[in-house]
Design a protein around this ligand. Structure first.
Ligand code: HEC
Length: 160
């Protein structure tokens, strides 16, 4: 039996192994690009609007005849939208009269028509807000379903 003697070949092998291990540090993986959503250009009046991804082409999963969705949307509307857009949806809420541009009127052109022709545009505005106007962004406060419910209620207010 021999103690205290390390064979030189074993020592070399150990050092080589250590060097090999330290060289094998995991490579840094490139993180996903920050998920920024373009808020879109601030347009007013009749300027053409291009709805950005991921909103482009989205459709309201609810119909204005869906009583449950309308009533859920009404509760949200009363709490968060009515002060500007008004209890009738005509844009004449108490906090709306001082705003320029004024809050959208869901009962008249051009917004009224969008409930059937441009639901993606409405959902985009409610989600991201409308730069250059007082319209706030609600995607951090309301789920996708809640945003569609409140849009469905506004559609109903607009005569849908
Ligand atoms: C602080 C006032 C204010 C509040 C609160 C507010 N809005 Fe608005 N909203 C506006 C203004 C101002 C506009 C811009 C109108 C324009 O430029 O034509 C607007 C625009 C919109 C549009 C776009 C209409 C279009 O023709 O494209 C929708 C949809 C909308 N609001 C829905 C909502 C909903 C839903 C809520 C509540 C969850 C809400 N708003 C809360 C002021 C407000």
């Amino acid at each position: 039996m021999t103690f205290g003697i390390v064979k030189p070949s074993l020592l070399v092998a150990s050092v080589a192994l250590l060097v090999l291990l330290s060289a094998c540090s995991p490579s840094a993986s490139p993180g996903p690009a920050a998920g920024t959503t373009p808020a879109g250009p601030a347009t007013s009046g009749g300027a053409a609007v291009v709805v950005p991804a991921p909103y482009k082409g989205m459709k309201d999963p609810f119909a204005p005849t869906d009583a449950a969705a309308v009533s859920a949307g009404q509760a949200i509307y009363t709490q968060r939208c009515q002060t500007c857009h008004g209890d009738k949806g005509d844009g004449k809420g108490p906090a709306g009269s001082a705003l320029n541009p004024p809050p959208a009127n869901f009962t008249a052109s051009p917004t009224k028509g969008k409930f059937t022709t441009a639901q993606d545009e409405l959902f985009w505005r409610v989600s991201e807000g409308w730069p250059g106007t007082a319209m706030p962004a609600f995607k951090g406060q309301l789920s996708d379903e809640q945003r569609w419910q409140v849009i469905t209620y506004e559609w109903k207010l607009g005569g849908g």
